[in-house]
Design a protein around this ligand. Structure first.
Ligand code: ASP
Ligand code: MG
Length: 467
């Protein structure tokens, strides 16, 4: 599939097709494609389904990381060959035995791996991320070929459709930003004619290309985003994110015993949850679904009898707590204006410094002469600290966690916050933030977090759902 991009200006502006009804984009994550059995399961569910499916695939579990390792560590030739033949073997072994054209799969796998070899050897990439993108994209290239063969074996008229022809991005390699207008146009022009003819496009998630056909990626976990980018211009009925958990849960089931899958939730809640730690759907995907009014369903490909979670554009009324999410590795920065400094303009100055250093801030709380905000532990704060120290006292508190209670109508019903405060109890809280009626966040020590999540979940969700 690679290297076959069509120049976007060669395509007509209008396409002679309308999206057919019953169009659903199915995105399969790495664990759903882990081995022959899981892949058989995936092709079976598409073969037995109705309407017009469009398939978006991630790399097989672990392959992106394996390829990124080769790109970053530059091992010797022997190690490269070992890794590549292991990856190739894994894909061939996972192919269905009754694959219609097993031989051509082997050829395609060889071609894709040869491309990786070439990229590893090339020295003319503009930057290391451009090189890495060219290399790790092979994970999705391989799984798309494999899944196409599995679908063909199950009688589905599947065809690989190269995401590089559809997802047009800028040049921020490693976390490229799609040009939505151009992507919409390309998706309609390339995918619609196939779909109308009854064929099933199989598209690589995660990858795209610049206008001059260099491969980019949308950031780790970006296949979900691809699914929404493809679905929106096709006016899909919905996007199904097939994963290995049965939907978005009220809390992490590994941490909280009473956690259960949520049947239906509003868009804004889902975006807050995606952002504040419930890593089921990629944040960009949730946001794109919101802005294009696209229903998202999260389902377990290993437990198809379960309905999963529907993220619905039609928010329900009433006030309700839906879930408790937890994000570790958070740092709190507290900034107090020097008494001699003018209080007015203080906040603007602080944020100008953060902006200049491109430090993304999560939560903020302020009073007239001090402000506190949270950021991810990975951010390097040395320069920011130095600059802020010119006009304020700076304190940095590490090893914290953000706990976010997500719901809807939290501001409409008196007492909703009081319940949450009561549940937090005597746990020391470093910052509280509520900017809308869909979420309420507490910053506590990483150590106190699991117990606080359990308490919040118990009193806000388990107790209340019994009534
Ligand atoms: N394969 C890519 C990753 O591991 C993209 C994805 O899985 O969504 O991040
Ligand atoms: Mg994912």
């Amino acid at each position: 599939m690679s290297g076959s991009s069509v120049r976007s200006d060669a395509l007509p502006d209008t396409v002679p097709h309308d999206a057919p009804p019953g169009l659903v984009v199915h995105k399969f994550g790495g664990t759903s494609l882990e081995n022959a059995e899981r892949i058989k399961n995936v092709s079976g569910l598409i073969a037995l389904g109705s309407g017009h499916p469009v398939v978006v695939v991630s790399a097989m579990a672990g392959v992106t990381a394996q390829l990124a390792g080769l790109a970053r560590n530059d091992p010797g030739e022997e190690e490269v060959e070992e890794a590549l033949s292991e990856i190739g073997e894994r894909h061939l072994t996972a192919a269905p035995l009754d694959a219609v054209d097993g031989a051509s799969l082997a050829t395609r796998v060889d071609e894709i791996l040869a491309g990786v070899r070439v990229s590893l050897a090339r020295t003319d990439f503009e930057n290391p991320m451009a090189r890495e993108d060219a290399i790790i994209a092979a994970g999705e290239d391989l799984s798309a070929e494999l899944v196409t063969r599995a679908l063909l074996a199950d009688g589905v008229d599947a065809t690989p459709l190269d995401a590089r022809r559809l997802i047009r991005t800028d040049e921020r390699f490693g976390s490229a930003v799609p040009d939505l207008e151009e992507t919409d146009r390309l998706v309609r022009a390339e995918a619609l004619p196939m779909i109308v003819e009854g064929r099933v496009p199989v598209i690589q998630g995660f990858i795209g290309s610049t206008t001059d056909e260099r491969t980019t990626t949308l950031g780790r976990g970006g296949s979900d985003f691809t699914a929404t980018l493809v679905a929106a211009p096709l006016s899909a009925d919905e996007v199904v994110i097939w994963t290995d958990v049965s939907g978005i849960h009220t809390a992490d089931p590994r941490e909280v015993e009473g956690a259960r899958a949520i049947r239906e939730m509003g868009f804004e809640e889902a975006v807050e949850l995606a952002y504040f730690g419930a890593g089921v759907v990629h944040v960009s995907a949730a946001k794109h679904a919101v802005s294009t009014n696209l229903p998202l369903r999260i389902r377990n490909s290993g437990a198809q009898e379960e309905v999963g979670t529907l993220v619905n554009p039609n928010q329900r009324g009433g006030a309700e707590f839906a879930a408790v999410a937890f994000k570790p590795a958070v740092v709190l920065v507290r900034v107090r204006a020097f008494p001699s400094a003018m209080a007015h303009g203080f906040l603007a100055r602080v944020f100008a410094v953060l902006g200049a250093h491109q430090v993304p801030v999560d939560l903020v709380a302020t009073s007239h002469s001090s402000t506190a905000f949270t950021i991810d532990r990975e951010e390097d704060l040395t320069a920011v600290r130095d600059e802020l120290s010119r006009f304020s006292e700076v304190e940095i508190i590490p090893d914290l966690a953000t706990i976010t209670v997500v719901g809807h109508g939290l501001l409409n019903e008196p007492g909703m916050e009081a319940l949450a405060f009561w549940a937090v109890g005597k746990t020391p809280v470093h910052l509280i933030s509520q900017a809308s009626d869909v979420s309420l966040s507490f910053v506590v020590s990483e150590e106190d977090a699991p117990e606080t999540v359990r308490r919040l979940h118990f009193s806000l969700i388990e107790l209340r759902s019994d009534t």
